[in-house]
Design a protein around this ligand. Structure first.
Ligand code: ADP
Ligand code: MG
Length: 647
């Protein structure tokens, strides 16, 4: 033999460390295997055969000594370099076949080529071709549990050949097979060797070892006998070359997504449960934001309906909150008359309020009386539905006339009918009904604006409320731009008239702003509750992914043995998490929109817009990325030998 050996081990040792305990399993192995040889490594159970094979197959690194593969020292290569070497040079056959249980024969066989970057079409063609060559043409789409042991082992041999399989490493390949299937597998290995593959067969059985051209016996970590290189074998480079690679960047995203879908389908119920957290999280983000935004528009709209060019003057010192009862007696009707004369003031509507009992015929109804001036309907943009509002002459002459709100009308005349011209008793004082207001609706704070009777300020103050102090003056400004200046002028005027600041002026524009802020806070609050459920969903995803990694440790080991690099495994598991979350995101967006539509059908304002939908979906996606990362990294960092050895 003149050519240098393909595999050359020089004084290789391997020490396992378990805690503080260090056990040397291989004690200085020297072994040279030439290309094209068929070598059996034989030894009793526990003698170190598998340990040696893992070293030869670059699944593991020696503790000491040198390993030259095709003349190149590989004992110090890093993880990914070893993965590339495994992918290009080795094909593994395991005692337990180690097929992916959820994948068909073809899908199992194509795995190594995925990591070699072979395009899908060529990959499938090659996988089929090899399987047909190994006599499995009628089992291409069968799952491992639909195949016999011998057939499964042939699938795993096909997988070992997928990337060329220059060196076939078979660890007890017949150990789990009946004798007939075992003989078939051995015949296959002999055939492969005849085709030019270098075959290393590990076995504890002498009759199996006898199939090989050369037997190396090890005992207790030492080589105790070696036939020496078998003569007359064909030389190296007879094995089919490694298929051409497209850059060798590993599986593309599409491939990862496909694998993810397959493994998610395999545990469908669990996937659905995992999805649920994300669905609920995303759904509530979408629904909550739509409902929150709807509520905001609703309230702001209602305030705006009251007029944004209004100033509201109320009695009471400015540092007090609004005094709802109107018990502070500082504003008088003359104040309104003076304000009316200021520039840019279109109107100044004084109001007094109190509760009153209305009687029409035999019906009594408790409501609110609003004593005001004739111009009231103008700034409020609140017309009469029938009849008229009282005029200035009525106010001046203390006319006993009343205008009813719709709620009062319905209470007094539940059967319908025309109240105009009839007399009602307000606290036993007769008033003639001259008009009915149009429907105004609810106040921003939930009250009913139509539950009211309007009477002239003069009549109401004198005969119903018995006082002359106002509850408010509503000032309408003719130009919204002048609202601040007008507010200042009113303040100056009233301060001069009262000789103190015993009133407050509220700017409707600023009230709207305040309410908007409040509603924004509410929306943020709803949004954060939803975000928390998304977080919980994400933790669920992480949990299930960790379980999945644990369950599929062996699969990860097989993928690593066939050439998957750290990045491939990382990508695969992150993709799985992202796929779960993305599916959950889509369902959640649908559910959220449906919920919002139901709420809308129930009568609330709901604003559906794209940004929250994108936000929620993006959050789901990010959740997958963030919570998938830890399990994926755990998977990617597994040691190939440990992963393969997992139960
Ligand atoms: P064989 O394949 O010949 O039966 P192995 O190579 O699997 O033997 O194991 C050789 C010895 O190394 C055994 O005593 C076994 O207990 C020990 N061993 C194998 N793997 C490990 C490990 N990961 N950690 C500690 N000891 C190990
Ligand atoms: Mg073993």
């Amino acid at each position: 033999m003149t050519a240098p050996p393909l595999i050359e081990l020089r004084d290789i040792t391997r020490t396992y460390r378990t805690g503080a305990l260090a056990v040397e399993v291989l004690h200085g192995i020297d072994l040279a295997i030439h290309a094209g040889e068929f070598v059996a490594i034989m030894g009793a159970s526990g003698s170190g055969k598998s340990t040696l094979m893992n070293l030869i197959g670059c699944l593991d690194r020696p503790t000491g000594g040198r390993y030259l593969f095709a003349g190149r020292d590989v004992s110090t290569l890093d993880r990914d370099a070893l993965a590339l070497l495994r992918r290009d040079a080795f094909g593994f056959i395991f005692q337990q076949y180690n097929l992916l249980p959820t994948a068909s024969a073809v899908e199992n066989v194509e795995v190594p080529a995925i990591y070699a970057g072979l395009p899908r079409v060529r990959r499938l063609a090659r996988a089929r071709e090899i399987l047909i060559r190994l006599g499995l043409g009628d089992r291409l789409d069968h799952r491992p549990n639909q195949l016999s042991g011998g057939q499964q082992q042939r699938v795993s041999i096909a997988r070992a050949l997928m990337n060329g399989g220059r060196v076939i490493l078979a660890d007890e390949p017949t150990g789990a097979l009946d004798s007939r299937s075992g003989r078939e597998v051995l015949a296959l290995l002999r055939q492969l060797n005849a085709d030019g593959h270098t075959v290393v067969l590990i076995t504890h059985a002498p009759e199996v070892a006898a199939e090989a051209g050369r037997v190396v016996t090890i005992a207790d970590g030492h080589v105790v006998s070696d036939d020496g290189p078998a003569p007359g074998r064909p030389e190296s480079e007879v094995a089919p070359p490694v298929p051409a690679r497209t850059g060798g960047v590993g599986p593309d995203m599409l491939e990862a997504v496909k694998m993810a879908l397959r493994s998610l389908r395999a545990s469908l119920f669990r996937t659905v449960l995992t999805l649920l957290g994300i669905v609920i999280g995303v759904g509530s983000v979408v629904a909550m934001l739509a409902i929150g935004e709807g509520a905001r528009l609703d309230v702001v709209g209602r305030i705006q309906a009251m007029g944004s060019n209004l100033l509201l003057v109320r009695p009471g010192a400015p540092n007090l909150r609004f005094t709802v009862g109107g018990s502070v007696a500082t504003l008088v009707p003359a104040d309104a008359d003076e304000i009316r004369l200021l520039p840019h003031v279109r109107g100044a509507v004084p109001e007094m309020q109190g509760s009153v009992t209305v009687r029409l015929g035999s019906v009594d109804y408790q409501t609110m009386v609003d004593a005001t001036s004739a111009e009231f309907p103008i700034p409020r943009e609140w017309p009469t539905a029938s009849g008229i509002f009282f005029d200035q002459a009525d106010v001046r002459s203390y006319a006993p006339v009343a205008v009813l709100g719709q709620t009062v009308l319905k209470a007094l005349l539940p059967e319908g009918g025309d109240p105009l011209g009839r007399y009602v008793l307000l606290n036993n004082v007769p008033f003639q009904v001259i008009g009915v207001m149009a429907t105004k609706g609810a106040t921003p704070y939930g009250g009913d604006m139509d539950d009211v009777v309007f009477v002239p300020l003069s009549t109401g103050g004198l005969r119903l409320l018995g006082q002359r102090h106002l509850r408010s003056i509503t000032v309408q400004v003719d130009d919204v731009a002048e609202i601040a200046a007008t507010e200042a002028r009113i303040k100056a005027l009233l301060t001069e008239r009262h000789r103190t600041v015993d009133f407050q002026i509220r700017n409707m524009a600023s009230i709207i702003e305040t309410v908007e802020q409040t509603q924004n806070t509410l929306t943020v609050l709803l949004g954060s509750i939803a975000a928390i459920s998304l977080l919980v969903g994400g933790i669920g995803v992480m949990n299930i992914m960790l379980v999945s990694v644990t369950e599929r440790t062996r699969e990860i080991g097989v993928r690593m043995a066939t050439g998957a690099r750290t990045w491939n495994i990382l990508l695969q598991f992150i993709t799985e998490a992202i796929v779960v979350c993305a599916i959950g995101g889509v369902l959640g967006v649908g559910g959220g929109i449906a919920t919002a539509l139901v709420v809308r059908a129930l009568g609330s304002t709901v604003v559906l817009s794209l940004p929250p939908v994108l936000l929620a979906f993006g959050c789901a996606f990010a959740t997958g990325l963030v919570f998938g990362f830890m399990p994926a990294r755990k998977a990617a960092r597994l040691d190939p030998v440990v992963a393969l050895g997992a139960e």
